[in-house]
Design a protein around this ligand. Structure first.
Ligand code: F6R
Length: 270
């Protein structure tokens, strides 16, 4: 895991947007896995700015969202389809027919989930999976105890998640109890993962994810098994990391490598 610690939420968003923009520029017909919630908002704002001011072109990209609340249709203001339209899709030039969000109102969920997995495969698999993390360490809605091999399916939300998300609904009793979510296994199939966390409320989950054991109790910890994960966090979310000095050192080397300053790293000096 590459751990990048930024000063604040704003620089986390800028960094994440730059990584996503690089992916889109390098492979215009890339497949992006996208997240909702409060964490990605700054990144989406920055991507919209890059589209408007620097002609970042999404016209050949395909997107798959991680999850959707069961029972909410696309016009419900708290549905994740609505979130994606109003916070990203309506402001960039992505082809609407290639933006996928799980269907929260399917009648046959098993078939709908199978089809979602098939669509990801048919699109060539996810090139870059963008992720937030719950305070309980969940990725997508893979709550503690979810199988680390899981695929897209229905999931019962924990009381903690319902409490955390009540702020968007105006009360805990209004939060749906179930969600349809891609699985941990679906996420691990992505070629690269980008996990973001900001604020002190995520510090414990981030420490467990990066430095704890791989466990279904913290589903984000499964990312330790992935070949290419970048975790971008602010100082507050990084505050409990024990090996922080080392992550900073690795990042300095990474920067020198990217700038081709190889001699400073002792490469080619002997
Ligand atoms: C959303 C998602 C969730 C959130 C997580 C953090 O698509 O998959 O895992 O990323 O609940 O939410 P925020 O960013 O609101 O703290």
């Amino acid at each position: 895991m590459r751990v990048v610690i930024e000063r604040d939420a704003e620089s986390v968003s800028r960094k994440a947007a730059r990584l996503i923009a690089d992916q889109v520029r390098r492979k215009p017909d890339c497949v992006l896995g996208l997240a909702t919630g409060s964490t990605p908002l700054g990144t989406y704002r920055e991507l919209i700015r890059l589209h408007r001011e620097e002609a970042l072109d999404f016209s050949h990209a395909t997107t798959f969202n991680l999850d959707e609340y069961v029972g909410l249709g696309p016009t419900h203001p708290q549905s994740y389809r609505y979130f994606m339209q109003s916070n990203l899709f309506d402001h960039i030039n992505v082809d609407a027919s290639r933006t996928y969000v799980p269907d929260g109102r399917a009648l046959d969920f098993e078939a709908a989930c199978r089809l979602y997995e098939q669509r990801i495969k048919d699109a060539g698999g996810i090139d870059l999976q963008f992720l937030g993390i719950g305070a309980d360490g969940h990725i997508a809605f893979n709550e503690p105890g979810s199988s680390l091999g899981s695929r897209t399916r229905l999931k019962t939300l924990t009381q903690e998640t319902i409490r955390d998300n009540a702020r968007f609904f105006g009360g805990e009793e209004l939060v749906p109890r179930l969600a349809v979510t891609v699985g941990v296994g679906t996420i691990l199939d992505a070629r690269r993962c980008l996990l973001l966390a900001v604020g002190v409320g995520k510090a414990a989950a981030i420490r467990e994810t990066i430095e704890g054991p791989v466990t279904a109790q913290i589903t984000a910890s499964a990312l330790q098994l992935h070949r290419e994960v970048i975790v971008v966090v602010d100082e507050l979310a990084a505050k409990d990391l024990r090996r922080r000095a080392y992550y900073d050192e690795v990042e300095q080397s990474q920067q020198l490598l990217e700038r081709g300053r190889l001699r400073e790293l002792g490469i080619g000096t002997r």
